[in-house]
Ligand binder design. Structure first.
Ligand code: DGT
Ligand code: CA
Ligand code: ZN
Length: 576
């Protein structure tokens, strides 16, 4: 599948155009195309031109470029642009927070040849004095480089999970496998992942291992044995495969799912009972009798614990809860009835209301909230009050036409730098739902950002705070914010908090989600759809909710629309 590769090239073309200070609409067109190609279902290389031009954001010109790439492995326009701009400028631009212009400037003035060189110069304050570079900029560059290095160690789950699934699929096609599971942090749905751990059962481990190390993804083989092999993928990630027999499959699955901290606690409990647990099974120490290990549940049962779902295995109190029989009944994907953060063509989304309704219905939903951006976000075609009212007319008309489905009219109102909202209250008051979020001023102090969000929550019409910490995994740290103060204000004002399910956001993160639950703050799990395929991200959001111990009753969008409107601030808003 070439979708990802083509999206990367379009993004790189946009970067190159940005470095050249090219037309911003042209730059935006490439970014939008990249977003749509990446979000497409199916292989882009299978589409003929007449189908390609139907993909939103792809016209004749970009369709031709895609076809050129599929048939030749290159895009002339991309190669041409790369000629003018040294590779190092693009490399510097991968440093989070460092824009294309600064990258070009650093190259022009200082002829920087590597990130290490830049790091050294910034640490020695040798950048200050260049146009536009202050002491604070040097500090931000150092932070960005540290983040880049960390990002290379851990990748977002949303990148790694599809890759892991692809490897499992290709592997099981090549050789006969009786059972296979992805274990480790991926099975626990941790937001970032270091490597891929796979466990399998086979009658012919040697043949299976041979098939594994010769998969097309494999760049290097680090270790090759009959029960364990390790490889490095062309994408740079390590994959460990272990093959075990049926008698200890469950024990191995529990062991390699982790977390290490959770497993350590289980082993300590075992020791106190005269038992021992390892990746082969659970044993009675006195006579070394094997008591279990075939199934993952065995150790929990023998220790007198409830079975702990993988997402909870972090030693955050789940062992105590399992001991006392009070593990929560975790929310599941099937419980979700709608999506409360959706963009359309009216702002920076790619689809029409009708297309969004069809896609939401295919997910079994009964509603979604249309929440386009507001006026101050010019690049995203944010809506003025006037356009918002036009939009309302269209939505009202469409709602009359469609059966058994409701579009809630809302907005994602920008919380401006001074804490005021980007639309007046009388406009907000006409909507079914208001989602508020921060899109600028990320470098304000902790006090400033906290009071901006609290001010937004005090507005009587703001129903939900979206992506509450603003992080972009691998690209941007969360802004400084006192989340405890935010959660407290959420509780006082009845405002809900979003788990943004976009796999590069996963914001709020799991630990804060658990805190929100403990404080009685309602949560919405939303995908922030910009292309219909992104409704699929709900899975990631639900997993974060599960990692935060949420049950169905803790999540607003498990409710049917009428119940939802009763529970959403301002409460008891007009009914359908
Ligand atoms: P990460 O960092 O995203 O790869 O996270 P994990 O949890 O996948 O960690 P990893 O790949 O180092 O190990 C996979 C599982 O294997 C881990 O969750 C528990 C188990 N494990 C690894 N090393 C140890 C160890 O030293 N002691 C114990 N008890 N378990 C271990
Ligand atoms: Ca791992
Ligand atoms: Zn949004």
């Amino acid at each position: 599948m070439k979708n990802r590769k083509i999206a990367d090239i379009f993004n790189e073309i946009a970067d190159l155009l940005e470095i050249r200070n090219d037309n911003r609409f042209r730059i935006r067109a490439y970014r939008r195309a990249a977003q749509n190609v990446e979000g497409m279902a199916g292989n882009i290389e299978d589409l003929p031109e007449e189908e390609l031009i139907k993909v939103p954001g792809i016209g004749k010109d970009l369709a031709a470029k895609i076809i050129e790439y599929v048939s030749t492995g290159k895009m002339a326009a991309h190669e041409e642009l790369k000629k003018d701009i040294p590779q190092i400028v693009l490399t510097l631009e991968t440093i989070p927070g460092l824009g294309p212009r600064t990258a070009m400037l650093l190259y022009d003035k200082l002829h920087i040849k590597s990130i290490e060189e830049l790091e050294k110069l910034a640490a020695e304050h040798k950048l200050a004095g260049l146009p536009g570079i202050k002491a604070k900029t040097e500090e931000n560059i150092l932070k960005g480089i540290a983040m880049l290095k960390r990002g290379m160690e851990r990748q977002p789950l949303g990148r790694v999970l599809p890759l892991a699934q692809d490897i499992v699929e290709q592997f099981t096609k090549k050789t006969r496998i009786k059972k296979i599971d992805i274990a480790g942090s991926i099975r626990r749905w941790k937001d970032t992942v270091k490597d891929i751990d796979i466990l399998a059962m086979s009658d012919d481990p040697e043949a299976a291992m041979q098939a594994f190390i010769s998969l097309p993804h494999v760049r290097d083989v680090l270790m090759h044995g009959p029960t364990r092999s390790s490889v490095i993928l062309t994408e740079g990630l390590q994959v460990d495969l272990r093959i075990v027999g049926p008698e200890s499959y469950g024990a191995a699955l529990a062991y390699f799912t982790g977390s290490k901290e959770h497993n350590v606690r289980l082993r300590e409990m075992a020791v106190k009972k005269g038992l021992s647990i390892n990746e082969y099974g659970i044993f009675r120490v006195r006579d070394n009798k094997k008591l279990g290990g075939e199934n993952e549940e065995d150790a929990y049962r023998i220790l007198g614990l409830q079975y702990v779902p993988p997402e909870m295995r972090e030693d955050r109190g789940e062992i105590e809860a399992a001991m006392e029989g009070r593990l929560p009944q975790l929310v599941a994907l099937e419980d979700i009835r709608g999506d409360l953060h959706v963009h359309s063509k009216w702002s920076d989304g790619s689809h029409t209301f009708e297309q969004l309704v069809e896609a939401a219905r295919n997910h079994g939903y009964g509603y979604f909230a249309l929440t386009d951006h507001t006026q101050s976000l010019g690049v995203a075609h944010g809506l003025t009050v006037e356009r918002l009212m036009d939009q309302k007319k269209e939505i009202d008309a469409l709602n009359k036409k469609i059966k058994n489905f409701r579009i809630l009219h809302g907005t994602e109102v920008d919380i401006k730098s001074d804490g005021s909202l980007d639309l007046p209250d009388d406009a907000l008051g006409m909507l079914d739902i208001v989602v508020a979020s921060i899109h600028s001023g990320f470098r304000q102090t902790r006090e400033q950002i906290t009071s901006r969000i609290v001010a937004a929550m005090k507005n009587p019409f703001v129903s939900i705070i979206a992506h509450p910490t603003g992080r972009l995994l691998g690209e941007r740290e969360a802004y400084e914010v006192d989340m405890d103060a935010v959660l407290k204000a959420a509780r006082q004002t009845g405002t809900a908090i979003e788990i943004n399910a976009h796999p590069l956001r996963l914001d709020l993160s799991d630990a804060y989600v658990k805190r929100a639950k403990e404080m009685g703050v309602p949560v919405a799990i939303s995908t922030d759809v910009h292309v219909t395929a992104q409704f699929n991200f709900m899975n990631y959001g639900v997993s974060i909710a599960r990692r935060g111990w949420l049950e169905k009753k803790d999540v607003l969008n498990t409710l049917e629309v009428d119940q939802l409107l009763k529970r959403l601030k301002p409460f008891g808003r007009k009914q359908a």
